[in-house]
Design a protein. Sequence first.
Length: 308
Amino acid sequence: MALLYIKEEHRWPKVSIASSPHSDLTPETKIEVNLKGVARTCLLTLIARGYDNTFPRPILGDPYAKDVLEKLSIPAIPMTDFQKRSIVLRTYQFDLWTSSFLQKNSNATILHLACGFDSRMQRVQWGENTRWIDIDLPEVIHLRKQTQPTSFPDRDYSLLGVDVLDENWMLDLGDISGPVLVIMEGLLPYFREEEMNKLLQRICQTFPRGEMLFEGIGSAAIEFFNRSGWMNSVTDMRAKFQSSLDDPMVLEDLDPHLKLVESVPVIQASGVERFPLLTRIWMYLTSWSASARDSARLLRFRFGQEKT
């Protein structure tokens, strides 16, 4: 993709199934956020989506983030313009992949791990034959239930508060015979390598077929983040990246039916044309270096024996 390209990109149609009432909470009555560690990082994506939607030509254009932000009492979190736009870029790409999967699989199950305060279930179109489960730690789901819809008319939607590293939660979902899309946005880098591998293997062994969406951060990028302080917004939350992924192809060794379908460098993902011009020039020059270009990638894997 030409990083300096400015033409409007095709966007999947969005649907507003429902929206929560506009918040009239005062600073004294806003909901206090007492999340700690990795759980608190869900605020980064929420802030980024709210920030993006303040622009006339946003990357994602999430109209729901502002309402959630207005209901929460959140202290200032230092984030640069580039950090916030990069987070939204990832979210937009995952929305595109999610919409594509749903268009091909009307009877799918969507498992959105580490959903945080995301409103993907409102941004993309999905029908009554689809089952959608937003999953996060219990303390996150507790806050989410106070700020976002917990049900939609004529839709099979539910919330699950659980540690996804627990070995039993997938079995507790009941019989799932159709294709499954597992979205793991902003999650796997916080796990140790063995934890990440076990989770991916468990997904492959539990569900018949489907796709997984997640990001892969290279070791060079993590070293740069730690050295430069670029991720202070994360470390200030006492969270840190615990694993890197230099070659996503190695994950295919975890299961004979796990295959890499698509790998998109973040700096070449759909939506970069909406970054400021100087930033696009820097990203374009950076893309000449393979190691720099591939240090942060958005990944789509297929698992199971049937093509989805």
